[in-house]
Ligand binder design. Sequence first.
Ligand code: FES
Length: 388
Amino acid sequence: MGTITINGKKVEFTDEKNVLTIIRKAGFEVPTLCYQPELSIFGACRLCMVEDDRGRFFASCSEEPRDGMVIYTHTERLRKNRKLIVELLLAAHCRDCTTCDKHGRCKLQKLAYQLGINNVRFENHREIQPVDFSSPAIVRDPNKCILCGCCVRACSELQGIGVLAFAHRGTDATVTTAFDRKMAMTNCVSCGQCRVVCPTGALTIHHNMTDVWQALGDKNTRVVAQIAPAVRVAIGEAFGLPKGENSMGKVVAALHRMGFDEVFDTAYTADLTIMEESAEFLERVKAGANLPLMTSCCPAWVKYVENERPEFLKNLSTARSPMQMFASVLKENYRKKDAEDGRTTFHIAIMPCTAKKMEARREEFRDAYGVPYVDLVLTTQEVVQMMK
Ligand code: FES
């Protein structure tokens, strides 16, 4: 407990772990690239530096608060320092901003704008690396990596997997997978937590928007969507509706205007999944076997058990996820109709998580002809972008 003076304003603190948290609590903002409150402190980017009353610089994210500290967050020296850091990062960064998936949402781009950087004085000597499109869920572009380590920490600390790690040293340092394998060849569960914390376009969603636009433009294709429960609230928020407001009606109307023929609610098969799981649970209790029963609705969790904890495979429910239950019902429902009107039904699942893209590609979720029950999965972010 104590008091810190920030830019002349006295601020009390109690159990805050670092100076940065207190600065933000006081209503001041300092830029950060490698800090994520839910991850361990890395202290790599040095953008959060502040200056004390003796002119000493320190990284506020990794400094414990002390009673009586006097700090400044926006001195001229700090501004110049931050500008140089961002300029150096940009010097070693791919600068195809207008075609980058993170365009408009990239933290580095935003900082360059805020700091008024309109010229980079240094040349980029980094060799251009191939972009990894192998995962159905995540695209990894090493050319846009700024070595903040957020993805490395999220993968190991939040998910307990550790697919991504630092390799090499100095100017050769890079974030990569073991033996530089493609993402699809690793134990990645496609959860997408790495791309959530990535400040730039180094890790992004594997998009399927072009395929969807093509299907929507084809008169011989009946485009049918199912929408997961969480999506209806998130889409509303993206368009400025109050947090938590259910915008299902608006979403359905928008999808119809975009050309979707039918829109269904995945909540219906979420009920079916619960009924199946309950029946399975009662059977297992009666038999006294394979308990506790664990859900199989999350494909990232299923893949995690398969890869990392196979001893629990017998505990997973054999029920399909709500998305896959709906998919098989829809495929069956439109089979006859397709034969009658000569159209082909294209089934899109609108889901909140990138792992659903991986689930849709699993071998066991294909019909007798080898066709996936779900043709494509769109994430909330993709649908918002398409609507915009
Ligand atoms: Fe503090 Fe990166 S946010 S060093």
